[in-house]
Write a protein of this length. Structure first.
Length: 557
């Protein structure tokens, strides 16, 4: 393995940035972001150092689920732009060295989609079997409502159709029937259509639900994972570089099946979000005890070299804590979102990090240092780089989807439209654009923006992090998360103090047989290591250090 290999499997040390075109930049003063606006900010994104943009859905949609209810998979929402605008944006991003992946939401359609309208109208419709119908909700069917604030059942009786249909999400999002080969063909066609327009892959929405079939469908599709393998190989043939980054919020053990076939043969998803690691990170922060995070990362199943974990500390949904026990969840709620309006569905938080951490800049920086040093590929959610807060006055998950804050003006530099026309109101007070914005931070070397930008640069310059093998270092202080990532004959060692107390810890590096030195990555500094591998580090409260270990006489990569 050589440094030049890092450009082959580009996703192994990419930095992803998720944004919604609708809330990024408004170029035509209608209060909504659009592709022309986004194109104006491509240089900003390239300068930040992110290497791949993930666009949330931008397709025509009635907007019941903020665009995750799609009524045409082969179009751009006219409010956001045209195909021309889309293709120009992709070309611009590529020109600046960034790839673009897009949300692929094919577990369901909007109920306004012409397929569903036709399906419900008649049992003879060619689209009837594109959805999942039943005369009575089957007792052995799927269980568990995703949005318990609005739904009580996964089945909705449709008067026009005279039957119930399955919907994993809102009732206005009927599930597609992947047991039907025509549906599978259509999904492949959608993927290849967008790949032909230049995208470098997809963030695949709700993968376990997408490939879920009813027990009665087993004869039609004995192994639904075969479908994922089929999509993967189609993409490989058409574009080679395209990734499938799956949303698979299951246990680590269950996630394993979504990377590769049990025999280890055909690949499925290229990457998966590490929801377990993310939840453990919050528990570890709440307890100021690194052990939950150490356990979670160590517990990741082994993956092949082409596969990768996507790490994150915030995304566009509620920050789900669903895999914690009730008691653990309560601990996180108490620490980071004690009020009912800060919580959602009883399982998650609808806050951004700076508000959860009460604006404690040292602690906020520690979290991003931790994120960027974890084994995997980091995914940022727009606005994290400047420490944007949320607007709890907004409904549900929309609290964290407020417009990007570019300047201190009332329109936040996002739009010149009348404030009443803005797609979603900004947070007020300490988190308003006046107080938190790109313009104030971009040229300030001490800002969060500058810090995150630097972390991104260092992450990119340390392929050990994206490519390496994780192991935890035993720390005498439970609050210190100490780990190393080994790649080839090099390692990056990262230390994070989850507590507000300053600590001094002596740690041991296995495999060191003679005196050597560790070089600080984030700042100048050298730490000696004795012949037994022991070294001592001081960390401020919520302090962090990245240290590099490399063979004597070699230069850093
Ligand atoms: C997305 C959500 C969306 C849901 C339905 C997900 O898991 O992340 O934002 O509401 O799928 O498409």
């Amino acid at each position: 393995m050589r440094i030049t290999d890092t450009s082959d499997l580009w996703w192994k040390n990419a930095v992803l940035y998720c944004l919604d075109v609708e809330t990024f930049l408004d170029s035509d003063a209608d209060g909504q972001g659009d592709f022309q606006g986004l194109s104006q900010r491509v240089d900003y994104l390239a300068d930040l150092g992110v290497t791949c943009l993930w666009l949330m859905p931008f397709y025509p949609s009635p907007g019941v689920d903020d665009g995750y209810d799609i009524s045409d998979f082969y179009a751009v929402d006219p409010d956001l732009g045209t195909f021309g605008d889309f293709v120009e944006f992709i070309r611009m991003a590529r020109d600046r060295g960034m790839r673009v992946i897009i949300d692929l939401v094919v577990n369901h359609t909007s109920d306004q989609h012409p397929w569903f309208q036709s399906a419900r109208a008649s049992r003879d419709s060619p689209y009837r079997d594109w959805y999942v119908w039943a005369d009575e909700p089957p007792a052995d069917g799927p269980q568990g409502v995703t949005f318990p604030d609005k739904e009580v059942s996964l089945w909705q009786y449709d008067e026009v159709a005279g039957q119930y249909y399955l919907h994993r999400f809102y009732r206005s999002q009927p599930d597609l029937n992947v047991a039907n080969p025509k549906v599978r063909d259509e999904i492949a066609k959608i993927i290849l259509f967008w790949a032909a327009l230049g995208v470098s892959g997809f963030r695949v929405d709700a993968v376990p639900f997408l490939i879920e079939t009813l027990p009665s469908d087993k004869s039609q599709i004995p192994d639904p994972h075969e479908f994922l393998r089929h999509l993967r190989s189609l993409l490989n043939r058409r574009t080679g570089e395209a990734i499938l980054l799956g949303e698979v919020n299951l246990t680590h053990e269950d996630q394993r099946k979504f990377f590769a076939s049990p025999e280890g043969g055909g690949q499925e998803l290229t990457m998966q979000f590490d929801f377990i690691g993310m939840q453990a990170l919050y528990l570890a922060m709440a307890r100021q005890d690194a052990s939950p995070l150490i356990r979670a990362i160590a517990d990741r199943p082994p993956i092949s070299v082409e596969n990768q974990w996507a790490t994150f500390v915030r995304n566009h949904d509620e920050l789900t804590l669903d895999k914690l026990t009730l008691g653990e969840r309560e601990e996180v709620f108490r620490a980071f979102g004690p009020k009912p309006e800060m919580q959602l569905y009883g399982r998650g938080l609808r806050r951004r990090i700076p508000t959860m951490l009460k604006g404690d800049m040292q602690r906020i920086r520690m979290v991003y240092s931790l994120l960027l040093s974890l084994p995997g590929t980091p995914v940022l959610f727009y606005g994290e780089e400047i420490g944007m807060g949320e607007n709890l006055a907004e409904d549900g998950r929309l609290a964290v989807r407020t417009p990007m804050q570019w300047t201190p003006e009332p329109g936040g530099g996002f739009t010149t439209a009348d404030p009443a026309a803005i797609v979603r109101p900004f947070p007020k007070g300490a988190w308003s654009p006046k107080r938190v914005n790109v313009a104030d931070q971009r040229d300030d070397p001490d800002s969060l923006y500058s810090f995150v930008r630097q972390l991104i640069r260092f992450y990119r310059e340390c392929p050990e992090l994206g490519w390496g093998t994780f192991s935890a270092l035993e720390s005498p202080d439970a609050a210190v998360f100490a780990h190393r990532s080994d790649w080839e004959d090099r390692s990056v060692i990262a230390l994070h103090n989850l507590s507000p107390r300053a600590v001094t810890v002596t740690l041991t590096l296995d495999g060191v047989t003679k005196r050597t030195k560790l070089h600080d990555v984030l700042r100048p500094g050298i730490t000696p290591v004795d012949a037994k591998g022991a070294f001592t580090i001081e960390l401020d409260g919520y302090g962090y250090r990245w240290l590099r270990h490399q063979p004597d006489g070699t230069l850093p990569i």
